[in-house]
Design a binder for this molecule. Structure first.
Ligand code: C2E
Ligand code: MG
Ligand code: MG
Ligand code: MG
Length: 279
């Protein structure tokens, strides 16, 4: 009877929500298998060092190649992995894959680092540090060539706790980057309390910065303040030459976006690095 009542509550809300919920629950159950069966892929998007005009880093972006649903975007399944308590396993998989690919690129002679996105739920998780230590222990790449990208939401709930955990990663040599900066509530002065090495300006500010004055000012002042705090600045979502030219004149350190490259499989990164080398 209780079950029937619960169902009727959902039905009254809307039939579409029930479908979406069912789909999510099915996907949640399939996640474990997905990792084991090799359906999870890691693609990489380059970060262009503007002054050096070279790809100096790549960001790992996870994809789920589902056997019947096609490619599922991380925006869909990362929240599911968080809810299903699988985000630690998934992130360890991504770090492991990234370390192996990065080790190969470094062996090939490329001066390259890599960034991995770390969910807010993991930033608050002291035990994840141990998992990271186990991965670092294999010494595939130096910790200094890795950066963890975190979002403001990861640090706002319990700033001191987050700062302590992030400090632990910094002490190990791993860089810490604030992702999607500008979309949250925090000020740069708040960010000063966090042990950051890099700031990524959200693409919603970057995309029109060369076209309208308010966005231009926002990006310019963010770059200036971030540099005062000793942080490298990355601009996300750079899609055209005009935008890149503006960022260069504004003194931005790195550019990332479709202009440089979309996220691509590891093999394509090798080709891109090779092409740039001879160019
Ligand atoms: P993010 O870390 O901010 O990554 C940037 C997103 O913007 C990526 O979407 C990327 O494909 C897209 N993007 C890059 N350049 C451009 C551009 O020039 N124009 C436009 N319109 N979009 C661009 P993606 O790969 O779908 O990832 C979405 C989000 O999912 C990421 O946002 C990140 O928060 C999360 N994510 C991805 N991989 C992982 C992971 O391994 N772990 C965790 N926890 N989150 C991940
Ligand atoms: Mg990111
Ligand atoms: Mg981002
Ligand atoms: Mg963003």
């Amino acid at each position: 009877a209780a079950e029937a009542a619960a169902t009727s509550v959902f039905r009254r809300d809307s039939a579409i929500d029930v479908d979406a919920m069912e789909r999510r629950i099915v996907l949640m159950g399939e996640l474990d298998q997905a990792i084991e069966c090799g359906q999870i892929e890691v693609h990489y998007q380059p970060k262009l060092s503007i002054a050096e005009d070279r790809i100096s880093s790549v960001e790992a972006l996870v994809r789920w190649r589902h056997p019947t649903r096609g490619m599922i975007r991380p925006d869909i399944f990362i929240p599911l992995a968080e809810q299903a308590d699988r985000i630690s396993a998934l992130t360890c998989f991504v770090i492991d894959r990234t370390m192996r690919d990065l080790a190969r690129w470094q062996l090939e002679g490329f001066d390259l680092t890599a960034a991995i996105n770390i969910s807010a739920t993991l930033v608050a998780e002291p035990s994840f540090v141990e998992a990271v230590d186990a991965l670092l222990g294999r010494q595939l790449v130096p910790p200094e060539s890795l950066t963890f990208e975190v979002t403001e939401s990861a640090t706002l709930a319990e700033p001191e706790r987050a700062a302590t955990i992030l400090r632990g990663y910094r002490d190990r040599g791993i860089g810490v980057s604030m992702d999607d900066y500008g979309t949250g509530q925090s000020s740069l002065s708040y960010l000063r309390q966090l042990p950051l090495t890099e700031l990524k300006i959200d693409r919603s500010f970057v995309q029109h910065a060369h076209l309208n004055r308010p966005d231009e000012l926002m990006v310019q002042s963010t770059i200036a303040l971030a540099h005062d705090l000793g942080l490298k600045v990355v601009a996300e979502g750079v899609e055209d030459e005009g935008c890149l030219a503006f960022l260069r004149s504004a003194g931005c350190d790195m550019a990332q976006g479709y202009l440089v490259s979309r996220p691509v499989p590891a093999l394509v990164i090798s080709e891109l690095l090779g092409q740039r080398e001879v160019a």
